[in-house]
Every structure is written in structure tokens, then in C-alpha cells.
Design a protein around this ligand. Structure first.
Ligand code: AVI
Length: 327
């Protein structure tokens, strides 16, 4: 028998698919990417030569972790706790956790994620790898539910929102997420935000597009996997190979968009939703936005959500930014 969690996820998939596929333009929300094989494909994406985001952010952490931790502990703060929104398996976070443990014998790490599997994996892995680390995971959808952070006596909170995760939300949603987090913070607490940067003289649109349309076709498989998921969860009969992966740069919205384009006229049945949909040739399903930021846009985002940016770290090529901002 399916578990209660599986049943409610399937209901959410059915709701999302019937809402998004019956309107024009057709859309599917990006959280649908992350079933087991989608999560595995995303892991592969992060190691692709074209997908510079993950390795660039990791290199920024490696070069600056000590300074980042010191700046949070400045001004008489004796210790800190690290929280993380959308922690996933927290692979890059280890660099910051180790730098913090070098400054204090024990560290409370509070990862927040919608995936229990990711939280369990991160907890086991990190507690084994980093002596002195206490992981207290929180299963929550930080985009819609209020979060609650623990504060050991006298500790500062360093809240991480890294990996360009904020880029997958609309400007309004991004503001709501940061404001939701801000409500848990006190003056002196710090957020560390990892964002991908908009094209500039140093960063071409071609570089951006390649990151979302790699030569090996992993991102295309990741995009099409959303249809495979609907086939499984909703007893649908999509033929994913009949949809072309499309990545586009929208200068107006400052975002990469991912779409699936129907290669010919075709009819699809989603039996669990009692839905039949005909796609015309060239008709698209919009599956993801990935917003790219300029410095002024970032400054505005911090200002409207109640933070003061104090330092921005870049890679040499100005591809990616990691910004520290105080509450
Ligand atoms: C998870 N997120 C930050 C990725 C991004 O770059 O927007 C998702 C992704 N989509 C295609 N490739 C990677």
C-alpha cells in the first residue's frame, strides 16, 4: 500500500498538472523535476563542464570560508549556528561547517528541506564526517510555511541560501522567502545568498545558454524526465522523446527559461486526472525559470526584504556571486 506521504505527493502532482496543462501557455512547476531520477540527473548536471554554477560557488566558499565565518563572529559574538534553506544533501555546505567548527568546538546545523530523504542523507553524512557537529534537520516547505530556527544561548545565526536556488522563484516569491527568513533573524544575524549573475561584458549569453543546454544532453533528459514522472504518477502516456528541450534567454525578465516543445501534433491522456490534451506542433510547456541577477537587482532585493549587504564575493570571471548581508 502507498504511504500517506506518497498519496499526498501524487495529489499535489495531479493538482499541478491539471492546473498547468489546461491553460495557455502551458506550464509545469519545477519542483516536479525532483523525483528520484530527476534528483540524480540534477546531481549529474552539477558536474557538467558547461554548468559552471556549482563548481564556481564551491571555489568561492573554499577561498573565503574562514573570512565568512570570521565576519559573522565579529563584534563580540562568541559562537554561531548555521541554518540552511533548501539544504538538499548539503554537499557544498561542508566547507562552511568545517570553517565554523575550527572556531568553536560544537556547532548546531539546521538544514531545512522538503525532502526527508535528503535531510536523512545530509544528517548521516555530515555528523559522521565532522566531529562536533550536531545536525537538527527540519522538514518544511520554506516557500509557503513559516520556519522556526533554534538559537543556542547568545549565538548568532548564519542563514545559508545558496546554489542559486533563489533563482528558480519569481521576484515576488523570492522576496517572500527572504522576508520569511528575516522574521526569524535578529540584528547582527547574517544571510549568505548564492546567486548566478546576469550576462555582462565578462559573461556571454552563450555561456549561460550552454549551462542549460549541455552537449551531452543531460539537461534535456532532466527536462523531459518531468513527463516520465507524469506518466508514472498520473498514469499518463506522454512520449518524452516527442518533446524537444528548449533553453532560452529572456533579457526582459533576466532569466533562462526551459520549455518542452511538441515536435508534432499529439494527444496525451492523463488518466488519473481524467484529462486529454492535444498539443499542436511547436506548442510548448514552460517548465522552469532561472533568474540571473545584476548587482543593482540584488541590492534592491536585500533592501526590500530588510537586509544590509556587507560583502560580495565573486569568482575571477564574474560568473557567480555570494553575498553576505546582515539582518
Ligand atoms: C536548482 N537550480 C538552481 C538549478 C538552476 O540552475 O536553475 C536547476 C537547473 N535547471 C537546469 N539546470 C539546472
Amino acid at each position: 500500500m502507498p504511504t500517506a506521504e506518497a498519496v499526498s505527493t501524487t495529489q499535489a502532482v495531479a493538482l499541478a498538472a491539471s492546473a498547468g496543462l489546461t491553460v495557455t501557455p502551458r506550464t509545469l512547476p519545477p519542483w516536479l523535476f525532483y523525483d528520484e531520477s530527476g534528483s540524480h540527473l540534477f546531481e549529474q548536471i552539477t558536474a557538467l563542464p558547461e554548468y559552471y554554477l556549482t563548481r564556481t560557488e564551491r571555489a568561492i566558499f573554499q577561498a573565503n570560508a574562514r573570512e565568512i565565518i570570521s565576519s559573522v563572529l565579529a563584534e563580540n559574538a562568541e559562537h554561531l549556528t548555521i541554518a540552511e534553506l533548501g539544504a538538499g544533501t548539503a554537499t557544498k555546505t561542508g566547507i562552511l561547517l568545517r570553517a565554523a567548527i575550527a572556531r568553536q568546538p560544537e556547532l548546531l546545523y539546521q538544514p531545512i528541506d522538503v525532502s526527508q530523504t535528503c535531510l536523512d542523507e545530509a544528517t548521516e553524512l555530515l555528523e559522521r564526517a565532522i566531529p562536533g557537529l550536531l545536525v537538527r534537520p527540519q522538514l518544511a516547505n520554506y516557500t509557503t510555511e513559516p520556519i522556526s530556527l533554534e538559537r543556542p544561548e547568545g549565538a548568532r545565526i548564519l542563514a545559508l541560501y545558496i546554489g542559486s536556488s533563489i533563482g528558480n522563484f519569481s521576484p515576488e516569491e523570492a522576496q517572500a522567502i527572504l522576508a520569511n527568513l528575516r522574521a526569524q533573524l535578529q540584528p547582527g544575524d547574517v544571510i549568505l545568498l548564492g546567486t548566478d549573475l546576469a550576462p555582462s561584458p565578462a559573461k556571454s549569453i552563450a555561456t549561460l545558454l550552454a549551462a542549460y543546454d549541455d552537449a551531452a544532453g543531460v539537461t534535456a533528459a532532466f527536462n523531459r524526465n518531468i513527463l516520465t514522472r507524469l506518466n508514472r504518477d498520473l498514469d499518463a502516456d506522454f512520449r518524452p522523446e516527442c518533446f524537444r528541450h528548449v533553453a532560452r534567454w529572456s533579457a526582459i525578465e533576466s532569466r533562462i527559461e526551459m520549455h518542452l516543445e511538441s515536435q508534432h501534433r499529439q494527444t496525451v491522456h492523463l488518466r488519473a486526472c481524467d484529462l486529454t490534451i492535444t498539443f499542436e506542433q511547436g506548442e510548448t510547456i514552460h517548465t522552469e525559470n532561472s533568474y540571473k541577477f545584476t548587482q543593482p537587482a540584488l541590492a534592491e532585493l536585500f533592501k526590500t526584504t530588510g537586509y544590509t549587504p556587507t560583502k560580495t564575493y565573486h569568482d575571477e570571471k564574474n560568473l557567480f556571486a555570494v553575498t553576505l548581508a546582515t539582518a
